[in-house]
Design a protein around this ligand. Sequence first.
Ligand code: ADP
Length: 376
Amino acid sequence: MTQIKSIGILGGGQLGKMFLQKALDFNLDFFVLDPDPECSCKAICNNLTTGSFKDYNTVYNFGKQVDLITIEIEHVNIEALEQLEKEGKKVFPQPAVLRMIQDKGLQKEFYTAHNIPTPPYVLVNSKEEIYKHSSLFPVMQKMRKGGYDGKGVKPLKNEADIKDAFNEASVLESFADIAMEISVIVARNLSGEIKTFPVVEMVFNPEVNLVDNLLSPARISTETEKYAEEIAVKIAEKLGIVGVLAVEMFITKKGEILVNEMAPRPHNSGHHSIEANITSQYEQHLRAIMNWPLGDTSIVKPALMLNLLGHKDYSGKAIVTGLSEALKVSGVKPHWYGKEITKPFRKMGHITITGNSIEEVLEKAEKIRNTIKVIA
Ligand code: ADP
């Protein structure tokens, strides 16, 4: 087997940057492809190619020069990755897994086929077709392709809402009566070893459908935790994925667990693992794609991860205020993504806050939240 010396990453955003920060410890060569020459990875990657990861030729030519290709975003050109795989290149996660996950309709069919609990749904091809299903209302309409961070998701409460619906192939999903949103990050290497991270609790900002903060460990029973982890392991097994996979789930008010969606890469819900777990999700992804033994995911300290979003009233060159004040609090670790321009609710960075208990990190987070701001 040829030794892997170089890794190409499709996408140069913050997930790619945090992956590189860890991966650089392992003495491999890294190449990044991103359309933005000023992307987050620029600060630490000498081999940055500017180009579209959605374009066949660009991805194919980029992939040819490296031993192994991975991603930090799933909306990439799959045909090029399939061709590279056919030519013997290692592509992890595998193109077939990406093809399925790129499409929320196929994801739902996968859950159904494998008896994985998920909210009931129907698939539609256009806005017109939604009228036929108004008996299912209220529903969440989710575009099958291209959505992220709440874009491409719309609640439809009644027939009158259909006029504002997406006119796209989409999933209509029953409303879940959500008590808590959780995420389980699971990793699988080529040899089939599988490990999960302890369950995290995600708190959303309802205004923008983005994670506001997350808590590790989640405040759930051991039984629920075990069940959520079992679901994530089953998904990783059935997919046969190589790499990390984030599985987002709902715990309903009745106590059921339903899978919402999955992301085949390091994820926002695993940022805290850099400081708060023995092995971070980024290191785990590297271990998985290199087919190394997976690392211990145990919690070192309880943590809260606060997303730093651009202030809603500012657009332009980003200025961070309150940083030195925030740094006075013990266990506060900021991560800036290196984005020059802020926009309302743009993910500009995050702060991990560790402490001796969940109560302690919640208390510290309240202080920090009102201290740090990203304005222009
Ligand atoms: P994205 O892929 O853009 O992150 P999601 O499918 O995760 O979109 O939906 C974003 C958010 O919308 C979820 O985190 C949840 O808060 C809410 N949501 C999604 N589906 C449902 C549902 N079936 N019932 C209730 N709320 C939902």
